[in-house]
Every structure is written in structure tokens, then in C-alpha cells.
Design a protein. Structure first.
Lengths: 577, 157
């Protein structure tokens, strides 16, 4: 699913397999490993997750296609943008500048540019503002009156876009700067002459704008390549400047940025598998509903139906036009495309569509009613657990970082062991971080689980409870017990046992969570058929000391070969090198 | 600031020179402030505004002509794109479609054109817009004519 251009540059191609049996907590771990061990050939290493669904004939495999995504760093984005521009420039025999304008106009979709151009070049040129020759000929005049300041000046003070309309350099500069300081709409700049549609491209900016604005413009141009591109989004982590290119195709949206932030590409909230985006949105909204800000945004704004930015309507009619470059025109009342409005929808301000929706039950109102209905206690119960796992996860991340910064080396020295033998500690912490994340979201899931579905609720709570208990054991082991070995005076005789225990706990916990995730993603559907098997399985993991524990019952009880058989000994192998 | 002043001064001289060029528009600069202008425009013929004289107020920003002037009707007018109470005008060239090559004079011309060709699809005055949209030309015209008589014509006797 990873397209062929993913291999260029330094971009990291990640091929994740999203079938249920491979909810791979190692993802993060693998990444770390690569980082420490053999940074540089990441591309290949990511392939190691691929071996899976061969053994698993389950329904889930066919339901979820493999998806690919690529993390793009600034250099990659530039490179791709330049490549696209060159491609269009070559195929259409246009200058780089013209190709840039054209691509920006079609949201950087190379195929669309080609299709449109070859189907009707003249129309495209007209709408984009690419003129083949100037519409005014001024070559023989020695001086002009500038159309903006009305000064009469010698002709070498003048500049013009492809149309030839002359304006003095100073006015050009003012015009361009105003537009650039107004925002990314400057990428769609046209000649100042009102009747003229000629595009003002990067070459003019380069020639006429001051340094600061030039810099801004090139930033806008670069950002546009991500923001206007249907297949790319910025990583939402604070301070992260990477983007994720995602091969759109439905299914699972979890992506991991190079900054190690995991998020859902669809809703750009942090990764929330196994809970779906809708539940997460509801839950997040519910959490923040007391926040003044969010309340205000909810009550006073709507999001643009196309680009999803919140919009406050402070004046004028129902005909809304989003700020460029989105420029989407829509109806404020029903949020549908303005072009779909007319007499048929009952007019422009008493939009029938909206009235009908109101009668059926408006979304906002329904939500508010629902909130009133739901008992506060229930919400608090789930929220507290959600929030405490959240903070626990953050704490674990800190601990992991501190561990790597300070304690690992210390531990090496104290216990007279090698770094590679301590890999199991990093792995345990990564597992904890990941499990906290999953556990957190299961509380959002639990909150929305219908109360009348008793069996499902019980099953869910059972799985959740088992997983949580396992995680607590692991967390305690990694946090408290490890400490003893770090502060010891010399090599401890039972350190090897501790390592084995930790490795065992890690894989057992992993199995619990895999079961939990699988069950939730299945909508707890096998509650009737395999409930018995399932409830037995988690109770019989091998003792934590046995590294084979994870291979065993968790999966075996479902009557399937472990599809990650190739993967699990890897963990063990690593730790006992 | 300097650029806008120079440009407005040029427009001022142009207006003085061509006072009679466009009999429908009379642009006057405030005596003490070149950033404040008023205009008297004649209601276009064959519209319910015919015979009326409408006063516009211009507030020119310091960034003019890079930023558009703010224009509103001082005279009450019944028109889909003019706010009935404040006189605010919904016209693209005064907002996002502004170009620095426009002048106060050409803005007046654009407003006269808007009076002749209302845009009921993006209305500021919903009553007026709905009359037009529902095809009630007679209702719209008589309302508009009534307000023209009341507000934009010299009181008789």
C-alpha cells in the first residue's frame, strides 16, 4: 500500500498491518530499537510487521485492508513539492512558476492538473489566471501612470504580471505585502487591475517583496502543500513540524510520527484504538464541555464543513465564504454547499433543509438533552479513570525517558551487564505507555456501552479488569522492583531472574491487551459464541517467569496459531543476547 | 499614511477637475479631514430608487488604497444588500474582492450598479431579499419606492 515514491529521500515508510491479531505494541518499541541500533535504514525495519495475517483466516483480516502512510519531514515535503512541480512543468511544457500556480489551484493533485489541462486547456488557463500573452502592450511607452498611486513614472519603475498591466514597484510591494500579511490567501493573488484575472506567482513575490514577506510566502507555499492536500496532514504534537502522508482508503487511521507521537489520522486526536473516532469526539466534547472556551466555541461558532476550522458568524447573510485558501461557500443554517441552495430548498434564509433537520431533532440539542439525562456519577466514574490513566501514561513516558537518560547506564555499571541485556526494560516501559493509552480509551468506550447489554458489559469489564490487573503488576515491577537493582552496591544475584520476570510480565500484559483490543474492535460480538473460551484463557497464562507465556493461552484458546510467532521470540531473543 | 494621503489628494484633484463628468455622483471631501468623504448619488433610472438622492459616508483607512474604504448609506434605503438600520453595504469589492486600483469614484459607480441589480441571494435586509426571491416584484418595488420617497426625496411643501 505504500506507494513507490515513499522510498525516496529520508522519508520513512511505515507499513502497518492493522488486522486484529497484530495489534502490535512493539510498534513503538521497534521504532526505538531502530533508533538506537541501526538508525539509517528504517525503511527496511518497518517491514518486519508484515509477516502476519497469513495464519489468521479470521473475518477481521478481510475487513481491514493494509494501509500505508509516510512521515514527511520538512526536507521531504520540499522535495515532494519540487518533484510534483517539475513533473507538471515537464508534462505540460510550462515554467516552474506556472506549474506551481497550477498545482496550488488544484490542491497539489498532479493527476487532476493533468486531467483538467488536457481536457480543456483554455478553460484551465482562464480560471487559474495563466495568460499566454499580455493583454496590454506597453513596450513602446517611456513612462506610465501607476494604476494604484496615480504617479507618472519612468517605465523602468514598473513591473507587471503576465497580463502586462503596469504598476509601480512600490505599489506592487504594498499590494503583495498586504496580501501576504493577510494569510495564505496570498497564494491565490491576482493582478490588482479589477477586471484582470492574471495570477501573481512566486516569481513576482521573489522580485518585489521584502525578505520577511518572501520568507512568509515560502512558508505558506510549503504549508499549503500539506494543508490543501487531501492525503496529508500535520502531526498535531506541539512543536512537531512533520507531516503524515496517508493513502486514503478507509479502515484504520492510527499513525506514528517520527516524533513518536501516535495519533488518529482521521480525527487528529491522539491514537485511540480500539475506540472509534465518533466515540472519542463525543467523549472529548463531554470532557471539555465545562471549559469556558469550548463552550463559547460550541455556542457561537460552527466549523467549516470543508476545512473544519471553527467559524464565528458576526455579520451579514447566511451565505458564508470560508477564508482562503479553503474559500468554501456554504449555508450557515444547514452547513451544506451554497450551490445546492435555491428555490428548491425553500430560499436562502429560511432554509428548508435546516427546518426539516430541526424537526427530526437537531444534533446539538439532542446532545445537550442527553447530557442532562446521563447521571453525573456515571460520568465521573469513567472520567476519573480515563484521566488517571492519561496522567499515568504521561508519568510513564517521563520515567521511560529518565530511565534512558540516567538509570540505564548506572544499571549497566552496577549490575555489570550490557545495554542490550537491558532492552527488556525499555520494552517493558514502552508496553506500559501503550497499555495506559489503550486502557484510557477503554473507559471512554465503557461509558458509551449501552447499559441494557448486560452480557457485553460484563464481558467488557472482565477483559478490562484482567488487562488492568496485568498492567498494574507490570507497572509495579518496572517501577518499584527495578529501583532496588539500580541502587544496589554491586551485581545482584537475582538480577537475571528479575529480567526474566519483567520480560514475562511484559508479554503477558501484551496478550491481555491484545485480547481486549480485539474484543472491542469486534464490538464484543463474540460474546455469545466464544465467551466461555475467552474467560478461561486470560486466567491461565504461564507464570510470569516463563517467557513463553505470551505464546500460549491467550491466543491458543481461540484455536489459532499465533500469527506473531515470528515476532514473539524476537522479544525474548533480544533480552537474552 | 503618506501614500494614502497622496493618493487621496490625487483623487481629490481629479474630482475637482471632472466635477461634471459623472452627473450621478457628487463626491465631497471633509473640509478638515481627507480621510472622511461623503457622496451624493442619484438613484438609477428605471428602478424604485429613481428620483432619490442617497448620501454615502466614506471612512478611508490609513492603509488605503491597499485596504478598502468603509462605506455606508446615511440615507435610509430598502435594498436586499443594505442593512436597513446601519446602512452597511454587502458588496464584494468592499470586502474580499477589493483591489487597490479602485477609487472612491469607482466605488460609487459600483454601488449605483448594485442599486440597479440587487443580489437577493446574499442579503443583509432579509425582508427585502425575500420579496425579491419569492418573485413579488410589485411588493418589493412599492416598498423600495416608498422609502425612496420618504427618505431620499426633498419634502414637498
Amino acid at each position: 500500500m505504500v506507494s513507490e515514491d515513499n522510498v525516496n529521500g529520508d522519508s520513512v515508510s511505515v507499513e502497518d498491518d492493522f488486522d486484529g491479531d497484530d495489534y502490535d505494541y512493539d510498534d513503538g518499541g521497534d521504532y526505538y530499537d531502530d533508533d538506537y541500533g541501526d538508525a539509517g535504514d528504517d525503511d527496511d525495519d518497518y517491514g518486519l510487521v508484515e509477516d502476519d495475517d497469513v495464519d489468521d483466516p479470521g473475518a477481521m483480516v478481510s475487513r481491514r485492508p493494509k494501509l500505508g502512510y509516510t512521515v514527511l519531514q520538512e526536507a521531504d515535503i520540499k522535495q515532494r513539492q519540487e518533484d510534483d512541480i517539475s513533473k507538471v512543468s515537464t508534462v505540460l511544457s510550462l515554467s516552474q512558476v506556472e506549474a506551481t500556480i497550477l498545482l496550488r489551484h488544484y490542491n497539489w493533485n498532479v493527476n487532476e492538473v493533468h486531467d483538467e489541462w488536457f481536457s480543456d486547456e483554455e478553460r484551465v488557463r482562464k480560471s487559474v489566471g495563466l495568460l499566454e500573452r499580455p493583454v496590454v502592450d506597453v513596450s513602446d511607452a517611456s513612462e506610465f501612470t501607476c494604476g494604484i498611486c496615480f504617479d507618472l513614472l519612468p517605465c523602468d519603475n514598473f513591473a507587471s504580471a503576465s497580463c502586462g498591466h503596469p504598476f509601480c514597484r512600490e505599489c506592487w510591494q504594498g499590494y503583495i505585502c498586504t496580501s501576504i500579511n493577510d494569510g495564505p490567501g496570498c497564494l491565490l493573488l491576482r493582478c490588482p487591475e479589477p477586471s484582470c484575472k492574471a495570477a501573481v506567482g512566486p516569481d513576482m513575490i521573489d522580485k518585489l517583496a521584502p525578505c520577511e514577506e518572501k520568507e512568509k510566502y515560502s512558508q505558506f507555499l510549503l504549508r499549503s502543500y500539506i494543508e490543501d492536500n487531501r492525503e496529508a496532514k500535520w502531526c498535531p504534537a506541539p512543536g512537531c513540524e512533520n507531516a503524515i502522508n496517508f493513502a486514503v482508503g478507509g479502515g484504520d487511521f492510527d499513525v506514528t510520527c517520527l516524533c513518536s507521537y501516535r495519533f488518529c489520522w482521521n480525527c487528529t486526536v491522539e491514537a485511540h484504538r480500539p475506540v472509534d473516532c465518533e466515540t472519542v469526539t463525543k467523549w472529548m466534547l463531554k470532557n471539555s464541555v465545562d471549559g469556558e472556551n469550548v463552550n463559547w466555541i460550541l455556542h457561537n461558532s460552527k466549523t467549516c464543513p470543508k476545512c473544519k476550522r471553527p467559524i464565528e458568524k458576526n455579520q451579514g447573510c447566511m451565505h458564508m465564504t470560508c477564508t482562503p485558501p479553503c474559500s468554501y461557500e456554504f449555508c450557515w443554517l444547514c452547513l451544506r454547499a451554497w450551490s445546492s441552495h435555491g428555490l428548491a430548498t425553500g430560499g436562502f434564509y429560511s432554509c428548508n433543509v435546516y427546518e426539516a433537520e430541526m424537526q427530526k431533532g437537531n444534533v446539538d440539542a439532542e446532545m445537550r438533552r442527553e447530557m442532562a439525562k446521563n447521571s453525573f456519577e456515571k460520568y465521573t466514574h469513567y472520567y476519573e479513570r480515563w484521566a488517571s490513566n492519561q496522567s499515568s501514561r504521561e508519568k510513564a513516558l517521563e520515567d521511560l525517558n529518565r530511565m534512558e537518560r540516567e538509570n540505564m547506564e548506572k544499571l549497566c555499571n552496577v549490575q555489570c551487564t550490557t545495554m542490550s541485556q537491558l532492552k527488556c526494560i525499555t520494552e517493558a516501559w514502552l508496553q506500559i505507555v501503550e497499555c495506559r493509552r489503550v486502557l484510557k480509551w477503554t473507559y471512554a468506550y465503557g461509558y458509551y456501552l449501552p447499559e441494557h447489554e448486560k452480557t457485553k458489559t460484563q464481558f467488557f469489564e472482565y477483559l478490562q479488569g484482567e488487562a488492568e490487573a496485568g498492567l498494574e503488576r507490570l507497572h509495579r515491577c518496572a517501577e518499584k522492583e527495578l529501583d532496588k537493582y539500580v541502587t544496589a552496591d554491586g551485581p545482584s544475584s537475582d538480577f537475571d531472574d528479575f529480567r526474566t520476570k519483567l520480560t514475562g510480565l511484559t508479554s503477558v500484559t501484551k496478550t491481555y491487551f491484545e485480547n481486549l483490543v480485539r474484543a472491542l474492535e469486534n464490538g464484543l460480538e463474540d460474546v455469545n459464541s466464544t465467551a466461555c473460551n475467552k474467560t478461561v484463557s486470560p486466567r491461565s497464562p504461564a507464570s510470569p517467569r516463563s517467557p513463553t507465556g505470551r505464546n500460549g493461552k491467550g491466543r491458543g484458546s481461540r484455536g489459532k496459531e499465533s500469527p506473531r510467532a515470528g515476532g514473539s521470540p524476537k522479544n525474548v531473543g533480544n533480552t537474552s543476547k | 499614511m503618506q501614500a494614502s494621503r497622496a493618493r487621496l489628494f490625487k483623487e481629490y484633484k481629479e474630482v475637482q477637475r471632472e466635477k461634471t463628468a459623472d452627473p450621478d455622483i457628487q463626491l465631497v471631501c471633509d473640509d478638515s479631514n481627507i480621510f472622511k468623504w461623503t457622496a451624493l448619488i442619484k438613484g438609477p433610472s428605471e428602478t424604485p430608487y429613481e428620483g432619490g438622492v442617497f448620501q454615502l459616508a466614506f471612512a478611508v483607512p490609513e492603509q488605503y488604497p491597499l485596504q478598502p474604504p468603509q462605506v455606508r448609506f446615511l440615507t435610509k434605503i430598502f435594498h436586499p444588500n443594505v442593512h436597513f438600520k446601519t446602512g452597511e453595504i454587502c458588496l464584494d469589492i468592499l470586502k474580499n474582492a477589493w483591489s487597490p486600483a479602485w477609487t472612491l469614484q469607482s466605488v460609487c459607480r459600483a454601488i449605483i450598479a448594485l442599486m440597479a441589480h440587487p443580489e437577493p441571494d446574499s442579503p443583509l435586509n432579509c425582508d427585502s431579499g425575500n420579496l425579491l426571491r419569492s418573485g413579488d416584484m410589485r411588493g418589493f418595488q412599492s416598498m423600495a419606492r416608498m422609502y425612496t420617497r420618504l427618505a431620499a426625496m426633498p419634502k414637498k411643501g
